[in-house]
Ligand binder design. Structure first.
Ligand code: NAD
Length: 477
């Protein structure tokens, strides 16, 4: 493993860290060791796994300062790094409560043959590969790893090469819990490492872009293993006539610019009825202008640097395309270079339409293009005019009207009279529509159950069926 990859710091722009690139030579023996350990992990039962994961929570707390500092260096943000840490700890504790209940099974008599008791064995994929992106490095590395571990799988995590610093202190925390160390590993590297990982696992949980998601799906299909894909989005918000503009602008601003818009479920386009368009744009602009950059002190302000330098180019290109096609910049609108970091102030655009990339492609920045509509059907058509279908928001003068519109949207999770609720509520199951993903919901009970194969055990307490009586029992058609 001689090859090393340089890592850029999002605040200074300097390459001040490096990681080894794991290849097949390292991953194959690791996978073999973990497969052996997984048998013991599964046999030990869920109560044991819960107690090991609780020990891990204690270990994470012992390394809390180092983890948050590394995450902060990875992402250029402090408050959100703390939020990520506590978010992961909270999720582990939540799954520890839920897993024993979800893993309970009971035998039931067959309807077709009452003497036969059907038992269900929940059999986890032995080894899961979890591949994660750079926007929430710790959260998205553990979001699937945690329920899979509790289900009884062993897990190898491959974080993004853009934000790998957080892994080192977590590896120390894992090492301090020997039973966990055998079944949970974090490896480093780029896309080639991710591809090599897919070659040795029994299932892959991938979070990232649509382009990479397709490669992962193809690689998984070649091996006939499941790929759970959580991909990009271009989430719309519809503001129906008679909406509370103060409420809608507060929620839409938060759900658009939180984490500098670097979130899959960020609102990236807003449709507002003619009757309230001007009021909405004026109010949103005033609120957006009041949100400060988090610069130079990462402990102060709200809008941190763009984590991935290439993303700054995409955002600049979307803005330039929109302005060239007639969009008006109401505030923000520029990628600024400050001390080597790339920053964008919350940006409101008016006079936008679907000829602009800012309305159709994932921007992944704090950009709020606001488009006018006159009929509700037109707003629904525009909102659904996307390859994506991650989530959405609808505001209306009453819940029923807004909910009717929510029903018509191609999106797996719709916040009604609010926005971005999928980042705060985890028990609701939601599918990704369109190009936003594939596979059962990562949220709710299926977030754990999707890592289990079902084995049916047909226990016949009665007589067996002889060949010549099959017609009478209706078994032979
Ligand atoms: P990316 O697709 O570039 O990379 C994601 C991960 O895949 C990285 O770890 C990368 O090293 C790895 N990878 C690259 N090529 C690979 C290959 N051929 N085989 C296996 N692994 C490979 O995504 P990104 O730029 O890091 O993240 C941003 C994207 O993630 C955005 O599109 C965002 O919307 C999406 N995202 C989705 C969700 C969700 O839950 N739906 C959450 C967060 C981010």
């Amino acid at each position: 493993m001689s090859e090393r990859l340089a890592v850029r710091n999002p605040r200074s722009g300097a390459a001040d860290y490096e990681i080894p690139r794991f290849g097949s030579a390292e991953i194959a023996p690791l996978a073999e060791r973990m497969r052996t350990a997984q048998k013991k992990w599964l046999a030990a039962g869920v109560t044991h796994r819960v107690s090991v994961l609780q020990d891990f929570v204690a270990a994470l707390h012992r390394h809390q300062q180092d983890i948050i500092a590394a995450l902060s260096a990875d992402t250029g943000r402090h408050r959100l790094a703390q939020g990520e840490f506590f978010g992961v700890v909270g999720a582990i504790e939540r799954w520890c409560q839920q897993a024993p209940v979800l893993l309970e099974t009971k035998d039931t008599p067959s309807m077709a043959m009452p003497d036969v008791m059907i038992g269900q064995q929940l059999d986890p994929f032995p080894l899961l590969g979890a591949i994660s992106p750079w926007n929430f490095p710790m959260l998205l590395s553990f979001i699937d790893a945690t329920p899979a571990l509790l289900a009884g799988s062993a897990v190898i995590i491959k974080p993004s090469e853009v934000t790998p610093r957080f892994a080192a202190p977590i590896v120390e925390a894992i090492a301090s819990v020997p039973a966990l160390n055998e079944v949970l590993a974090i490896i480093s590297g780029d896309g080639a490492t991710g591809a090599a990982l897919i070659d040795v696992v029994d299932a892959v949980a991938f979070t990232g872009s649509v382009a990479t998601g397709k490669k992962v799906a193809v690689a998984a299909a070649q091996r006939l293993i499941p790929a759970f894909l959580e991909l990009g989005g271009k989430d719309p918000a519809i503001v129906l006539p008679g909406s509370d503009i103060d409420r809608a602008t507060t929620a839409i601003l938060r759900a658009s610019v939180a984490a500098t818009g670097q979130a899959c479920q960020s609102l990236e386009r807003v449709y507002v009825h003619d009757s309230q368009y001007d009021d909405f744009v004026t109010t949103l602009t005033a609120k957006a202008e009041a949100v400060p950059l988090s610069f130079p002190d990462p402990h102060e302000g709200t809008i941190g640097p763009l984590i991935f330098a290439r993303q700054a180019e995409i955002i600049a290109a979307h803005l330039a395309d929109a302005v060239a096609k007639g969009a008006t910049v109401r505030c923000g609108g520029e990628v600024q270079q400050l001390d080597g970091g790339c920053y964008v102030e919350p940006t409101v655009l008016s006079h936008v339409d679907h000829s602009m990339t800012v309305m159709t492609e994932e921007t992944f920045g704090p950009i709020m293009p606001v488009m006018r509509y006159s009929e509700v059907d037109e707003a629904v058509t525009l909102a659904n005019d996307s390859i994506y279908g991650l989530s959405a928001a609808v505001f209306g003068q009453d819940m029923a009207t807004a909910r009717d519109v929510a029903h018509r949207l191609n999106a797996g999770g719709v916040s009604v009279n609010d926005a971005g609720m999928t980042t705060m509520i985890f028990e609701a199951e939601k599918s990704a529509y369109g190009a936003s993903g594939l596979g059962a919901s990562r949220m709710g009970a299926s977030g754990l159950l999707r890592f289990l194969r079902r084995k049916a055990l047909y226990q016949n307490h009665g007589a067996t069926v002889a060949i010549d009586s099959m017609r009478e029992t209706g078994i032979e058609q």
